[in-house]
Design a protein. Structure first.
Length: 460
């Protein structure tokens, strides 16, 4: 799907006089694993997470906080045996969850910035009693952590992630609601979430688990879009790559669906990702950027988000030498590049009221804007981020308070050759490259994420 030379025309209107909205930094969180060794903790220090999740993924259902290990407590239910071999092996080799290392990182963060790590805590609803969960919360607070947001169990709608007591939706509802009551009695400031499925085949499960919606504060949504395996047929592959670009639409649809079981509840997207076959292809990276813009446009709906993952095998920010062994010196994928760009624009920023007038793309029958964009103020400076999903350059007309901006700007972009492009860079390499523009004329490269800055204070 090569880029075409004919430019599209896009207009971005920014209202600097309207009320601004603080960016929720925690929408740029992720799942980053392993803190047991100094080498593992050094990796976390390099990334300096905006927000984290502990434990990560399915293993949170088996985490024993008192021993920092993982166990199914001898559960014999045949539906719950999928992870038993791994749990048995971890017990044999003495595998730990890494909580003491996480505590060390939290102490360092608090000393350096005055605040500890922003963590969404995955508590064990499958095996731990209400009293055990309360004791866990108090233990974490005693050890210096902020405990505010708690997710009750990971994807309990999959039977192989349940315990015997949560194998039915009624069982999970009972466990989650009783744990919530106990935790909120001990700490009324807590916010509690339950994980609901975005798959309509789980409609009945969702209804029973949500109940009247009064016992939980948020909904954890795990949304993965795109496709995992490359298509053998070239035409099918190109269609699939185009389809991956529509991740924003599926994110919106899934959020609306799960919120139908808890109207008005915020979404914690504690796991999410976009795939475009094997590797961090351009289509997935561009869709990732577009989804970030969608979440920032809808902060009344999206309250937290944690990409999956930084250093896990799936949708990793990093390149692996072999399965579960990172390549050193560290190299980053396009996923890491996009997150780095997004963070450089949005962290600690104020959202400006922004309106985009863009040509439309027809992507496998779905209509989307070819270009999405957002303006912010960050440390007193205006920045614009623009995502061009099309294979055409886009001529961007920028207006502040209805006045066209004609002065020089600084333009950097990460541009891809095509939707199948795989970009790998050294960890400390800037993914953004300078783009030349004449004053008053801004051209967004095809398949790109652009950052515009250097605006005159009177114009932007």
């Amino acid at each position: 799907m090569p880029a075409q030379s004919k430019p599209m025309k896009v207009t971005l209107d920014v209202n600097t006089k309207a009320r601004t909205e603080p960016v929720k930094n925690r929408l740029m969180g992720y799942n980053i694993m392993n803190y047991r060794t100094k080498k593992q903790r050094d990796l976390v220090r390099q990334f300096d997470p905006v927000a984290m999740r502990f434990p990560c993924g399915v293993w949170g259902n088996f985490y024993d906080w008192e021993t920092d290990t993982f166990t199914n407590h001898g559960d014999k239910h045949h539906k719950t045996k999928t992870y038993a071999p791994t749990l048995a092996n971890w017990k044999k080799i003495g595998y730990k969850g890494g909580f003491p290392g996480l505590a060390l990182l939290n102490k360092e963060k608090k000393k350096a910035s005055g605040k500890g790590l922003d963590i969404v805590w995955l508590y064990n609803a499958a095996y731990d009693s209400p009293a055990q969960n309360v004791a866990r919360m108090r233990d974490s607070i005693k050890k210096g952590f902020i405990v505010r947001d708690i997710e009750l169990g990971n994807e309990q709608f999959w039977l192989n992630q349940c315990s015997s007591k949560t194998i039915t939706p009624e069982g999970y509802h009972h466990a989650a609601s009783t744990i919530t009551r106990a935790l909120k009695k001990a700490n009324p400031e807590l916010r509690m979430s339950i994980t609901l499925s975005w798959r309509e085949k789980h409609d009945k499960w969702n209804k029973i688990v949500a109940g009247d919606g009064k016992y939980f504060d948020a909904i954890s949504l795990h949304k993965y879009s795109g496709f995992n395996e490359d298509k053998k047929d070239p035409k099918a592959q190109q269609q699939a790559l185009k389809g991956a670009l529509t991740a924003r639409l599926w994110l919106k649809e899934s959020a609306n669906y799960v919120r139908s079981f808890g109207p008005g509840k915020p979404i914690w997207m504690t796991e999410w990702g976009v795939n475009a076959g094997k590797g961090a292809k351009a289509a997935a990276a561009l869709a990732m950027a577009d989804c970030y813009l969608y979440m920032f446009e809808n902060q009344d709906v999206f309250d937290r988000a944690n990409w999956f993952s930084v250093n896990g095998v799936s949708r990793s920010f990093l390149v692996f030498k072999e399965k579960r062994r990172l390549l050193y010196p560290l190299q980053k994928t396009a996923y890491a590049c996009i997150h780095e760009i997004v963070r450089s624009v949005f962290e600690d920023s104020q959202l400006l009221t922004t309106r985009v007038n863009s040509p439309k793309l027809n992507l496998n029958g779905h209509t989307m804007d070819a270009v999405s964009a957002r303006a912010v103020t960050q440390a007193g400076q205006t920045k614009v981020i623009a995502v061009n999903l099309s294979g055409q350059p886009s001529q961007l007309t920028l207006r502040f308070d209805n006045q066209g901006y004609q002065k020089p700007i600084t333009h950097h972009a990460m541009a891809f050759k095509d939707l199948s492009d795989l970009v790998v860079l050294a960890l400390d390499t800037n993914p953004l490259q300078p783009i030349s523009n004449t004053p008053g004329s801004i051209t967004l490269p095809p398949y790109s994420v652009s950052v515009l800055s250097g605006f005159d204070k009177n114009g932007g």
